[in-house]
Write a new protein. Structure first.
Length: 146
Protein backbone atom coordinates (compact mmCIF):
# COMPACT_ATOMS: atom_id res chain seq x y z
CA UNK A 1 0.00 0.00 0.00
CA UNK A 2 1.24 3.49 -0.85
CA UNK A 3 0.24 6.96 0.29
CA UNK A 4 0.60 9.93 -2.04
CA UNK A 5 1.00 13.24 -0.22
CA UNK A 6 0.20 16.30 -2.29
CA UNK A 7 2.27 18.53 -0.01
CA UNK A 8 1.67 21.76 -1.93
CA UNK A 9 -0.21 23.42 -4.74
CA UNK A 10 2.73 25.75 -5.25
CA UNK A 11 4.87 25.04 -8.29
CA UNK A 12 7.61 26.82 -10.17
CA UNK A 13 5.62 26.04 -13.34
CA UNK A 14 2.11 26.94 -14.40
CA UNK A 15 1.37 24.21 -16.91
CA UNK A 16 -1.80 24.66 -18.93
CA UNK A 17 -2.77 21.00 -18.43
CA UNK A 18 -2.45 21.02 -14.62
CA UNK A 19 -5.72 19.75 -13.22
CA UNK A 20 -4.79 20.99 -9.74
CA UNK A 21 -4.21 24.63 -10.76
CA UNK A 22 -0.73 24.55 -9.30
CA UNK A 23 1.33 27.68 -9.90
CA UNK A 24 3.99 29.96 -8.42
CA UNK A 25 1.14 32.08 -7.03
CA UNK A 26 -0.58 29.26 -5.17
CA UNK A 27 0.93 29.30 -1.69
CA UNK A 28 -1.03 26.39 -0.18
CA UNK A 29 1.25 24.04 1.75
CA UNK A 30 0.86 21.18 4.14
CA UNK A 31 2.93 22.04 7.21
CA UNK A 32 5.61 19.69 8.52
CA UNK A 33 3.53 18.64 11.53
CA UNK A 34 0.69 17.60 9.20
CA UNK A 35 3.12 15.71 6.98
CA UNK A 36 4.61 13.87 9.96
CA UNK A 37 1.18 13.07 11.41
CA UNK A 38 0.03 11.61 8.08
CA UNK A 39 3.20 9.52 7.82
CA UNK A 40 2.59 8.12 11.32
CA UNK A 41 -1.05 7.33 10.51
CA UNK A 42 -0.06 5.74 7.20
CA UNK A 43 2.60 3.67 8.96
CA UNK A 44 0.04 2.50 11.54
CA UNK A 45 -2.19 1.31 8.68
CA UNK A 46 0.62 -0.68 7.06
CA UNK A 47 1.66 1.71 4.31
CA UNK A 48 4.91 0.61 2.70
CA UNK A 49 5.60 3.64 0.49
CA UNK A 50 5.05 7.36 0.88
CA UNK A 51 5.10 9.50 -2.26
CA UNK A 52 5.68 13.26 -2.08
CA UNK A 53 4.08 15.15 -4.92
CA UNK A 54 2.40 18.45 -5.60
CA UNK A 55 2.70 21.10 -7.13
CA UNK A 56 6.43 20.86 -6.73
CA UNK A 57 7.41 19.22 -3.43
CA UNK A 58 11.08 20.14 -3.85
CA UNK A 59 10.18 23.75 -3.07
CA UNK A 60 10.33 22.60 0.58
CA UNK A 61 13.56 23.88 2.08
CA UNK A 62 16.37 21.38 1.53
CA UNK A 63 17.11 20.90 5.25
CA UNK A 64 13.41 20.36 6.04
CA UNK A 65 13.13 17.79 3.25
CA UNK A 66 16.12 15.86 4.60
CA UNK A 67 14.71 16.02 8.12
CA UNK A 68 11.35 14.70 6.88
CA UNK A 69 12.99 11.78 5.08
CA UNK A 70 14.95 10.94 8.25
CA UNK A 71 11.78 11.16 10.33
CA UNK A 72 9.99 8.68 8.08
CA UNK A 73 12.90 6.22 8.20
CA UNK A 74 13.51 6.53 11.94
CA UNK A 75 10.03 7.07 13.39
CA UNK A 76 7.73 5.03 11.14
CA UNK A 77 7.70 1.57 9.62
CA UNK A 78 7.41 2.99 6.09
CA UNK A 79 10.16 1.33 4.06
CA UNK A 80 10.09 3.34 0.84
CA UNK A 81 10.06 7.08 0.11
CA UNK A 82 9.47 8.41 -3.41
CA UNK A 83 9.40 11.96 -4.70
CA UNK A 84 7.83 13.20 -7.92
CA UNK A 85 9.51 16.36 -9.23
CA UNK A 86 9.86 18.37 -12.40
CA UNK A 87 13.63 18.70 -11.84
CA UNK A 88 13.77 22.51 -11.75
CA UNK A 89 16.50 22.27 -9.08
CA UNK A 90 18.91 20.25 -11.28
CA UNK A 91 20.55 23.24 -12.95
CA UNK A 92 23.84 21.33 -13.34
CA UNK A 93 24.97 17.75 -12.88
CA UNK A 94 27.01 18.69 -9.80
CA UNK A 95 24.08 20.49 -8.18
CA UNK A 96 21.71 17.62 -8.98
CA UNK A 97 24.16 15.06 -7.60
CA UNK A 98 24.71 17.06 -4.40
CA UNK A 99 20.98 17.49 -3.73
CA UNK A 100 20.13 13.88 -4.55
CA UNK A 101 23.01 12.55 -2.45
CA UNK A 102 21.73 14.50 0.56
CA UNK A 103 18.21 13.19 -0.02
CA UNK A 104 19.42 9.63 -0.49
CA UNK A 105 21.56 9.81 2.66
CA UNK A 106 18.49 11.09 4.51
CA UNK A 107 16.33 8.19 3.28
CA UNK A 108 14.90 8.92 -0.17
CA UNK A 109 14.57 5.67 -2.13
CA UNK A 110 12.93 6.59 -5.44
CA UNK A 111 13.10 9.55 -7.77
CA UNK A 112 10.46 10.21 -10.40
CA UNK A 113 11.30 13.07 -12.74
CA UNK A 114 8.46 14.35 -14.89
CA UNK A 115 9.04 16.05 -18.18
CA UNK A 116 6.99 16.77 -21.22
CA UNK A 117 6.05 19.49 -23.63
CA UNK A 118 4.20 21.47 -20.95
CA UNK A 119 7.03 21.29 -18.40
CA UNK A 120 9.70 22.30 -20.92
CA UNK A 121 8.22 25.76 -21.08
CA UNK A 122 9.28 26.16 -17.42
CA UNK A 123 12.05 23.62 -16.85
CA UNK A 124 14.88 23.23 -19.39
CA UNK A 125 15.24 19.68 -20.68
CA UNK A 126 18.90 19.86 -19.60
CA UNK A 127 17.73 19.92 -15.98
CA UNK A 128 15.90 16.64 -16.54
CA UNK A 129 19.08 15.15 -17.97
CA UNK A 130 21.12 16.30 -14.97
CA UNK A 131 18.58 14.86 -12.52
CA UNK A 132 18.33 11.61 -14.45
CA UNK A 133 22.10 11.11 -14.75
CA UNK A 134 22.76 11.98 -11.10
CA UNK A 135 19.91 9.69 -10.02
CA UNK A 136 21.35 6.83 -12.06
CA UNK A 137 24.83 7.45 -10.66
CA UNK A 138 23.40 7.33 -7.12
CA UNK A 139 21.55 4.06 -7.85
CA UNK A 140 18.04 5.29 -7.18
CA UNK A 141 15.51 2.44 -7.53
CA UNK A 142 13.24 4.19 -9.99
CA UNK A 143 13.72 6.89 -12.55
CA UNK A 144 10.79 7.47 -14.83
CA UNK A 145 11.00 10.47 -17.10
CA UNK A 146 7.70 10.91 -18.90
Amino acid sequence: MSLGLLVTYQCNAECKHCGLSCSPNNKEWMNMDEMKNLAIQASDMGTECIILTGGEPTLIKHKEMCNYFRFIKQDTSIANIRIVTNGHWAKSYDKAYSILKDWKDAGLDELNVSCGEFHQEYVPIENIGHAYKAGCDLDFKTLTPQ
